[in-house]
Design a protein around this ligand. Sequence first.
Ligand SMILES: Cc1cc2nc3c(=O)[nH]c(=O)nc-3n(C[C@H](O)[C@H](O)[C@H](O)COP(=O)(O)OP(=O)(O)OC[C@H]3O[C@@H](n4cnc5c(N)ncnc54)[C@H](O)[C@@H]3O)c2cc1C
Length: 257
Amino acid sequence: MKKRIDFSHYSSIKIGPVVDVELIEEIDSRYEEYFLIGGANNLLVSPAPPPLAMLGKSFDYIRIEGDELIIGARTATGRVVSFAKRHDIAGFEFLAKLPGTIGGAVKMNAGVKEYEIKDMLLWVRTHEGKIPANELGLAYRTSNIDSIVYEAGFKLQKGFDNDLLQKLLALRTNQPKAPSAGSIFKNPPGDYAGRLIEAVGLKGKRVGNMAISDMHANFLINLGGGTFDEAMALIDEAKRRVFEEFGIELREEVIIL
Ligand SMILES: Cc1cc2nc3c(=O)[nH]c(=O)nc-3n(C[C@H](O)[C@H](O)[C@H](O)COP(=O)(O)OP(=O)(O)OC[C@H]3O[C@@H](n4cnc5c(N)ncnc54)[C@H](O)[C@@H]3O)c2cc1C
């Protein structure tokens, strides 16, 4: 079954074409030929993306089984935080305000400060079966996952930390509210992408209706009607200028399709 998605509405950065996306409701290896999208909070979709698929409602669930929390990969991170709060479960506080699905969070090893999904993850299920977390190459905003993740198993520990939740939510006040895809670049070792982009004078730089945020230079924001080409022009300029001035190659965190 296909679902028509307008990426200029669906994606967090509000850019992209209208395309028919394959809707997956059962585990099957034939879907491996598609690029799987989650909530599109970390994507920049070009006018001509590869064939896309997304998980359907049958992968939107959370259940407790023994000493594990089992979550369908389509489940929204916000729902996981609410569930953890309601059942007094520890370790998922950092997912508040980290938009997306559990599949996307696992693939990206999403995290905030020192908290990352890999601290909680036990295994994922792909079409080949269960794969333990220590075989997934999980590191700073990356993994070696190249299959569709259908569900994931997590540690079940007691004690939702409301103080931590409040602290993490407070961190978000220096981030722009305009549509974005979160951080554009990964922080290079020992430095911050935002600091480097600011140092080369690009904070607030605008191309058409896209801009490097004047609140946080590692956020590319859509001022309304911004395009893929405008976004790419800013990404390329930031990479070029930072390399020229500091000899540092910025690497995209956002995935360009
Ligand atoms: C305002 C804002 C703030 C953000 N802050 C943070 C932050 O603090 N920390 C952080 O880490 N990220 C942050 N992000 C980025 C984003 O929230 C994360 O990368 C999130 O994990 C993306 O999830 P998603 O479901 O939207 O994935 P998508 O953006 O749809 O996809 C991201 C990647 O995950 C893959 N993927 C998605 N689902 C699956 C699956 N089921 N199986 C296999 N691969 C899959 C996709 O193929 C793609 O490679 C932020 C984004 C925004 C818009």
